[in-house]
Each structure stands twice: as C-alpha cells, then as structure tokens.
Ligand binder design. Sequence first.
Ligand code: HSE
Length: 312
Amino acid sequence: MRKEVRVFAPASLANLGVGYDILGLALDSPGDEVIVREGSKPGLTISLIKGDGGRLPYDIHTNTAGYAALQFLKNHGWEDLPIEMEIHKKMGMGTGLGSSAASAVAGVFGVNAYLDFPVDKAQLLSYAVEGEQKADGAYHADNVAPSLFGGITLIRSNETLDITHLPVPKGLCLAMIHPQIEILTSESRAILSPDVPLEAFIHQTGNIASFVAGLYTDNFELLKASLHDLVIEPQRAHLIPFFPVLKAMALESGALGFSISGAGPSMFAMCEDIAVAESIAEKAKDYYWRKGYESNCFTSYINMEGAKLITE
Ligand code: HSE
C-alpha cells in the first residue's frame, strides 16, 4: 500500500462521428485528478470534491468515481480497507468531453495505484464503465476505455467489453470546440430514434469500416472520405448552436472531418496538421464570441497513455 497517490484520467472524445458507442479517443487535456490515501475508518469514503460547483454526491454509491472504486474493492474483498478519496474535477459536466468517464477512471485507477497496482488496467475497465453508468444510465465504454488506456479504442461489444486498440496515424490531431452550454447525456441519448433506415445503415457501416482501415494504413484521404455520420449527428445537431456554420467553417479550413463529441455540446474537427486545428479552434472561438456565446476551444493530439500516476 502506498502512502498517498495522485492520479490523472484524461478527457475523451466518443463516437468520432462514425461509430456511435463503439469508438473513442483520449485527449491530452483536460482531465480529472483523484488523490487516494488511508482513511480514518473502515471502508471507502470521499473526503473532498473540488471543481464541481457543489453538484456531485459524496455518497460512494452514487458518485461515479466512488462507485467504480467501490465495485473494484468489493470484487476483491477489500471493501473494509480504510481508504479516503479526494476528487478534483478539472472539467465541466455535460460537456461531451467524457467528464464522468474521466472521474470513474481516475477513481478506480487511483485506488488500484494506492494498493500498489494489484491488477492491470484491463482488469479495471468494467468497474470504470459501471461507475460511468451511474452518471448517464447506459453501459458503454467509448469514453471510459480511451480515458483508461489512451489512444483510439474500438469496442466490438459493450456487453462483454471486447475492445481493440487501434493504431494512431502520426500527426492526427483535433480541434475541440466547447460552447458553454450543458447537454445531459441521458437527454441527448433519449432523443435518438431506435431505428436506422437500411440505406443509412449501409453507408454508416461502410464509413466505420473505412475509417478503421484508414487508421491502419495511415490513409488520411480515406479517413476524410469516411468521417460522415448519417445516423446520430442529424438527430443531435439542433441541440448545438450554429452547428452547421461551424462544420462548414472547419471543413473549408481543411479539417478531415467534423462532428459532435460524444453526446455534445462539444464538437471536434479531426485534422492531419496541428496548424489547421489551431486555426479552426481560433475561428470557432471568434465566431461564438461574436454570437454572444462563451466557448472553450483548444487543440490536442491523441493521448497515448491514458490514466496515469502523477505523484506519490
Ligand atoms: N456514445 C455516447 C453518446 C457518448 O453519444 O451518447 C456519451 O456518453
């Protein structure tokens, strides 16, 4: 057991425009931090939550970080160990940047680190997904898996958490655009039709398969041709102010593709050149400012490390 650990779990971009609930990637920043140390009484407790504006519960049965860690401890018979956790939220909630997933990952990764890594990352995945499920009610790993492992992950089955780590072409980067409005993931999921027209299904499976092929072959042209969402984006775009204008701007500026990050309201422009991504982020910020919206626009390469120990 270590004395005290501080861990970081990064934000993530789910769906990647083409693979609803089955594709995700990790961003360099922002991300959440969790500190774990010995508690003063048996069992897991949350002693402090900062950066959430007082919105997150201290109850480990409802807090995403606490619940993920609790499931892990319980499954190993360690639930009576005196452990205390501090959660430092470094990102807003309802942003589409995988905030609850980052907390769940940091929670379970932090407790594992405190116990001196009795299990490896792969064995933490299901607990983190259960933790995130506390936030949006659905069991899907497209934010949690990249936040935990880093890189780009493909999920063949969310039920069995059968995941594949996809290759990341050199230079692939993102402009992230976050207008300061909040969209609840549960609501953004609730508006989706349960049915997909056959034509859209055919095109979309072609896009997903070709996107993955493009990653394996460093084929930016194929990535660009594939980055289209015919199923989810058309149903959610109206939730995001000026989505069509920003999309057109990003594509004209040289993005490979542009779509909604996770459940929104954040959006991403995938690029092969960081200078293009920077110019898109600047233009988006400026556009929103002129329309009276605050926004947080930034660029990121793909974080290849995922959750990590930052101090001990
Ligand atoms: N795949 C999820 C969605 C990500 O789009 O609803 C957000 O949790």
